[in-house]
Design a protein around this ligand. Structure first.
Ligand code: PMP
Length: 310
């Protein structure tokens, strides 16, 4: 396909990505006071590109914004329209990753330096780049991280805050040093919270189990998609309950869900095979169903897809 030049929506304009620059004094860079989303647009079976669950992602972005007192200056509808316009201008028909970022920018005139959330201007950037599936259908290996997921009384873990990702980065770094692809983090109560950028599911006696939002996790949109598809298409209910690391080790199957990750089987945890050590039937079926749905293969979920030209 012809090379497409990456673009960004930045300071109210569509500009080449290399012109979407920020000063080193940017407050969010110094204090981690930004919020973001990761969204995917998929090439559709019937042609064209569609953004998957854009409204749900932007609703979560606006909730994250409220936590950090960021005014992104746009409604959910405007953010969806702006994203569609960005993709149209990029002109790609291939799978694309979209990264909106709303952040604290600069101290307003007369304000004293400091880490506060008021007296600082807000800004919004959205960039997009080509990115297809990157997880291996043969599954990944995970450690159980020595880094705990922070509890929500220390950090707003239900908001997607840039600064909070120091925790995730350290967990991934530790996992890679141990030769694994990802890490599963326990919460401050020692129960399973989530993986570095994905939610965790276990298959136990034919049912799905995933930790509740009170386990200090980010309430993933893919988690919701997985629960819906498992119930509707695979006749498999999900229990939202605390999940211990011992249960994870004894589970028949484990898989991760996330916008970037999509749905990926976990075949090894903390040096032990999960089940038979190969992707299990439910993980594999869900991964396939997800690919079908995001590419417009299941008309009953058309409401999750935002075609670019609609
Ligand atoms: N947890 C964390 C920490 C994440 O960064 C992500 C990715 N946004 C997820 C879970 C999965 O969320 P979603 O399915 O909405 O992408």
């Amino acid at each position: 396909s012809p090379a497409v030049s990456p673009l960004a929506y930045h300071d109210g304009e569509f500009v080449p990505l290399e012109r979407a620059l920020l000063p080193v004094t940017t407050q969010a860079l110094q204090y981690g006071t930004g919020v973001f989303e990761g969204i995917r647009a998929y090439a559709q079976r019937g042609g064209g590109l569609a953004v998957f669950r854009a409204e749900d992602h932007y609703r979560r972005l606006l909730r994250s914004c409220r936590t950090l007192r960021i005014d992104p200056g746009h409604t959910v509808e405007e953010l969806c329209a702006l994203t569609a316009e960005l993709l149209r201008r990029i002109g790609t028909q291939e799978d694309t990753y979209i990264r909106p970022l709303a952040y604290k920018r600069a101290l307003l005139p007369g304000q004293k330096p400091g880490v506060g959330l008021t007296g600082v201007s807000d800004a919004l950037s959205v960039n997009a780049f080509r990115m297809g599936s990157y997880t291996d259908p043969a599954g990944i290996r995970c450690t159980i991280s020595s880094w705990r997921r922070p509890s929500s009384d220390a950090l707003p873990v239900r908001a997607k805050v840039t600064g909070g990702y120091v925790n995730n980065a350290l967990a991934v770094d530790e996992a890679r040093a141990a030769g694994c692809e990802d890490a599963i983090l326990l919460n401050s109560r020692g129960q399973v919270a989530e993986a570095s950028t994905s939610n965790v599911f276990a298959v136990l006696r034919g049912r799905l189990v995933t930790p509740p939002v009170t386990a200090d996790l980010l309430e993933g949109i893919t988690r919701d998609t997985a629960v819906t598809l498992a119930a509707d298409l695979l006749d498999t209910p999900t229990d939202f309950r605390d999940l211990g690391r011992d249960e994870l080790m004894g589970a028949d199957e484990v898989f991760l869900t996330g916008t970037g990750t999509e749905i990926v089987p976990v075949t090894e945890i903390a040096g032990r095979p999960v089940g038979e050590g190969v992707p299990g039937p439910l993980s594999t079926a869900l991964r396939g169903a997800y690919q079908d749905v995001v590419r417009g293969g299941e008309p009953r979920y058309a409401h999750w897809l935002h075609p670019l030209n609609a």
